[in-house]
Write a protein that binds this ligand. Structure first.
Ligand SMILES: Nc1ncnc2c1ncn2[C@@H]1O[C@H](COP(=O)(O)OP(=O)(O)OP(=O)(O)O)[C@@H](O)[C@H]1O
Length: 732
């Protein structure tokens, strides 16, 4: 690989800068053109004018130049005669639409050209003639930028990666993929990107997506994918880039059906929220499972045993039976009076109709709507037999007749899903009937509320109850399915939560991202096969990512010591980072713990980048006070770090998915003890240990968990007194 830094005579870089300047001018022109569009006369109605206007506004926003990133980050030169459009072994898609996907109307898909050089960037830019200056990274023609290799060059002669500072090009790196004389080696630009000190929200990785990540990003829209990956292997990044890719490749379809990103909590969503807009995708909804199922006011929490049971898939059947129990087979006939005539439908005929609807397995609400029409049809048949000639309008009128309505109400009463769940959790007899043979009497007792609730507004709803209400709602009327759902930190969901997500992509597809070793809920999934079954996607492909981009080598090796206890079947992550990272473990007397932690934070602040002080939730108040007393202002997780405010105090329960340049970890044993059992505690600790990008300082007074303490050395860190450290500390 040839590496170049800019020099005074660096003509190639100057030429690239000139192309960048020309591309910027072209982008400005595209934006000006969009801004000048007069939409007043093009739409037939006021509503469609609004839609077009909103579309144009979105386009104008998406065409904004990013101040801190150049318009392109790579270049591909194809061998002569092998540009897209030439007859050569590109895949079908590439030949059809070299710059764009099949079903978008972006301006970049129109022409099949024999170009040999493509600049790859975050968005498409074309000149005044419509010729591409920069090709979108998601276009088929860009794919070899991520996938071509010496073994499979895909007709790429030259792959050039650009380094930048702010929005300017400052370096480039060339790979002549077909030159046997050239040595291949790791990319310095990739290393620089990975090792860059972190501050602020999560950034996109579009310039450095790795081949195994790209395969997931560009997997077909119809297939569901599940990604198991150790901490920092890029699962979140891959999931977000996959949404951006799918929106590009199937824009019309997904605009109609919708996409959704689901994360574990608001701090996490806040951390990732700018990635998709930076990729030009401004309209993707991001939410949590709790918000998705917030049909009742959640004001209480379950004991773990109750939450596990309420999240168990058996509850779906309990609910189905409880709902089914609302249907009462008729004992009375239905008599419809029209004019001077009376039409009588006997009870056994009504029973047959009801049974037929039950057997068809329709949603409760849909069947309830169908029943009046069935009754009306039976009345119509009788009218015809009596010589009348009723039409559809008569059938509709009969269906609305008060006697029919009353019969339907008695047989198939309307059901409020929240009230149904409320009754189930309040009424031991109702629950016993619905749970017979499914939940043991003890299990039933565990989930029943201590006191029957009086109303939906005042009931002591928990998050798990809200998921039951969501299931009940779906039994009554089908939940709308989206085109694609990305579910991050998926290991933490209960079977009932998987079902809630699954029904939101029942006719679409899902990307499931997670790490079994980071499962910290009492109901976290034991296997992806099981999770996928509950989601309704048993055939999804399970991929594994093992290359770690976040955690330094020594830190991930230290954290991986916990794997035998928390997920023995998983492969430890490797670290692709060259720097081993700063890593220290220090034991201090218990009365000095808090002061030492504050000191470690102050020391960490000497470095560039964000600092995360991670501590057991129970330690947060004491640390808040200590930081304030020490004059160290700090943020809460989810608040954006900046060069001015870099220290965040993170309760261990909220650390998942986040990362900080330097992490100070307070008292690991308190993190473990904060959880109901040891395995969950060690998993929580594993999450906390794997948040660091450049350095981790563990400060403890209580003994470390055995697996961490084993095989440690006694060397103190530079500048520290060895007397402070016990023989079980590991210090580098
Ligand atoms: N190909 C890549 N190039 C550069 N940086 C990358 C790449 N892949 C991932 N990263 C970076 O590595 C870090 C970890 O990525 P990410 O948060 O997506 O990992 P994760 O697998 O979701 O981790 P966790 O399991 O801890 O939530 C992020 O800073 C991300 O930007």
């Amino acid at each position: 690989m040839e590496r170049r830094q800019p020099g005074p005579d660096d003509n190639p870089l100057d030429r690239e800068r000139a192309h960048l300047a020309a591309s910027r001018a072209a982008l400005r022109a595209m934006r000006a053109e969009a801004e000048a569009l007069d939409t007043t006369d093009v739409a037939a109605s006021w509503v469609s004018a609004e839609v077009i206007r909103a579309d144009v506004e979105r386009r104008i926003k998406a065409l904004a130049d990013l101040a801190d990133a150049p318009l392109f980050f790579g270049r591909l030169d194809y061998a002569h005669g092998h540009g897209p459009g030439a007859a050569h072994p590109f895949d079908e898609d590439t030949r059809r639409a070299p710059h764009g996907p099949g079903d978008t109307h972006e301006p970049h898909e129109h022409d099949v050209r024999l170009d040999h050089r493509f600049y790859i960037g975050r968005r498409h830019v074309h000149d005044a003639h419509g010729d591409p200056m920069v090709v979108d990274w998601r276009a088929p023609v860009s794919q070899p930028f991520y996938r071509a290799s010496r073994r499979d060059p895909r007709h790429v002669e030259l792959r050039r990666r650009f380094g930048c500072t702010g929005g300017e090009l400052t370096a480039y790196e060339d790979e002549h993929l077909t030159d046997p004389a050239e040595q291949s080696g790791p990319s310095a630009l990739l290393q620089r990107e990975i090792e860059r000190p972190r501050v602020g929200p999560m950034r996109d990785i579009v310039a450095t997506i790795q081949p195994e990540q790209d395969e997931i990003v560009r997997a077909a829209v119809d297939g569901s994918v599940c990604v198991q990956g150790a901490p920092g292997t890029g699962k979140t990044a891959v999931g977000l880039h996959r949404v951006a890719y799918l929106l590009y490749a199937h824009r019309e379809r997904l605009a109609r059906t919708g996409t959704l990103v689901i994360g574990p909590n608001d701090s996490f969503l806040h951390y990732i929220e700018q990635v998709l807009p930076a990729l030009g995708e401004l309209a993707v909804e991001q939410t949590t499972v709790d918000r998705l199922t917030a049909h009742v006011p959640v004001r209480s929490t379950d004991e773990p045993a109750a939450a596990v049971l309420k999240g168990d898939a058996r509850m779906a059947e309990v609910l189905r039976r409880a709902l089914r129990a609302q249907i009462t087979m008729p004992t009375e006939p239905c008599v419809v009076v029209r004019g001077s005539r009376r039409w009588r439908i006997p009870a056994d005929e009504l029973t047959k109709m009801t049974q037929e609807l039950i057997d068809r397995g329709l949603r409760y609400g849909a069947a309830r709507e169908a029943l009046p029409q069935r009754v009306a049809h039976a009345v119509l048949l009788r009218m015809e037999r009596a010589g009348e000639a009723p039409d559809d309008r008569v059938q509709d009128a009969v269906a609305r007749n008060s006697a029919v309505k009353a019969a339907v109400r008695a047989i198939w009463p309307p059901v409020d899903p929240a009230k149904l769940v409320l009754r189930l959790l309040s009424d031991a007899d109702l629950l016993a009937e619905a749970a017979d043979g499914l939940l043991s009497p003890d299990e039933q007792k565990t989930i029943l509320w201590a006191k029957p609730a009086r109303g939906v507004k005042s009931a002591p709803w928990t998050a798990a109850d809200a998921v039951l209400v969501d299931e009940a709602r779906d039994l009554v009327s089908r939940t709308r399915s989206l085109g694609h759902v990305v579910l991050d930190e998926a290991q933490d969901l209960s079977p009932m939560q998987y079902r809630a997500v699954g029904r939101r992509c029942s006719t679409g597809s899902v990307t499931l991202l997670g790490d079994l070793a980071q499962g910290t809920t009492p109901w976290s999934t034991p296997s992806w096969a099981e999770a996928l079954r509950h989601l309704g996607k048993p055939d999804a492909v399970v991929e594994e990512l093992t290359q770690g981009f976040r955690v330094p080598r020594d830190v991930i090796a230290y954290a991986s010591r916990l794997l035998p206890a928390i997920a023995p079947d998983l492969t430890p992550a490797t670290s692709v980072r060259e720097s081993p990272g700063d890593f220290s473990v220090a034991r201090v007397p218990s009365d000095e713990l808090t002061a030492e932690v504050v000191r470690a934070c102050r020391a960490a602040l000497e470095n560039e980048g964000s600092i995360g002080l991670i501590a057991a939730d129970s330690r947060v108040p004491a640390l808040t006070e200590a930081l304030a007393a020490a004059g160290l202002p700090h943020l809460a997780p989810g608040e954006e770090t900046s060069h001015q405010a870099r220290l965040t105090l993170v309760p261990a329960s909220l650390a998942k998915g986040l990362e900080y340049d330097h992490v100070v970890l307070d008292e690991p044993s308190a993190v473990v003890d904060g959880e109901p059992d040891d395995r969950t505690g060690l998993r929580r600790l594993y999450v906390a240990l794997t948040r660091a990008v450049s350095g981790l300082a563990v400060v403890h007074s209580a003994p470390l968990p055995e697996l961490l303490a084993a095989g440690t050395s006694t060397v103190p860190p530079p500048g520290q007194e060895s007397a402070r450290y016990s023989s079980e500390s590991t210090i580098r």
